[in-house]
Write a new protein. Structure first.
Length: 163
């Protein structure tokens, strides 16, 4: 039985669409602590698309409840490759990200703010270490989908407590 808990769980792939700021909040929660390399981000100006391939931590597997209401921790912890793209992107700016560096980035959040004219918006992808990517979009139009099989990882991401 202990060996069964060590196998990577098989859950249906997650697929989300964001069309407003509230949806972006849900998307950001599912992508919190996702890892990627700078080379895994691409701006396609002719298609007005910004796309990323990342390895998201499956937070939704971390706190399941059994039939008796008892909390079940995921063992092992799991990541899964996922694709994320934003359509209707008019402009992309980055700060604090060395595009020549192949180091990993960790996505902390995605923030949606209204632009001067509705439904235009500014989406900011916030990375650990102070990096950010700002997307000026015609409207919020994002899609995320798990792309491959989940794989086990040794540790869950940890955050410093803020007092």
């Amino acid at each position: 039985m202990a060996e069964d808990r060590r196998k990577t769980p098989r859950f249906p792939p997650l697929r989300l669409r964001a069309e407003d700021a509230e949806d972006v909040t849900v998307l950001a929660a599912c992508l919190q602590d996702a890892t990627l390399r700078v080379t895994d981000m691409a701006w396609q100006p002719k298609q007005r698309r910004f796309a990323l391939v990342l390895n998201r931590f499956r937070w939704e597997d971390e706190t399941r409840v059994d039939a008796r209401g008892k909390l079940i921790r995921a063992v092992p912890h799991v990541r899964v490759p996922a694709g994320l793209h934003f359509d209707g992107v008019l402009k992309v700016q980055s700060s604090g990200i060395d595009r020549g560096n192949a180091a990993s980035l960790e996505l902390l959040s995605i923030i949606a703010e209204p632009a001067d004219e509705e439904p235009a918006a500014v989406l900011t992808l916030v990375f650990a270490g102070g990096g950010a990517v700002r997307l000026d979009v015609e409207c919020v139009d994002a899609q995320m989908q798990d792309l491959g099989q989940p794989y086990p990882v040794r540790r869950a991401p940890k955050h410093k407590e803020v007092s």
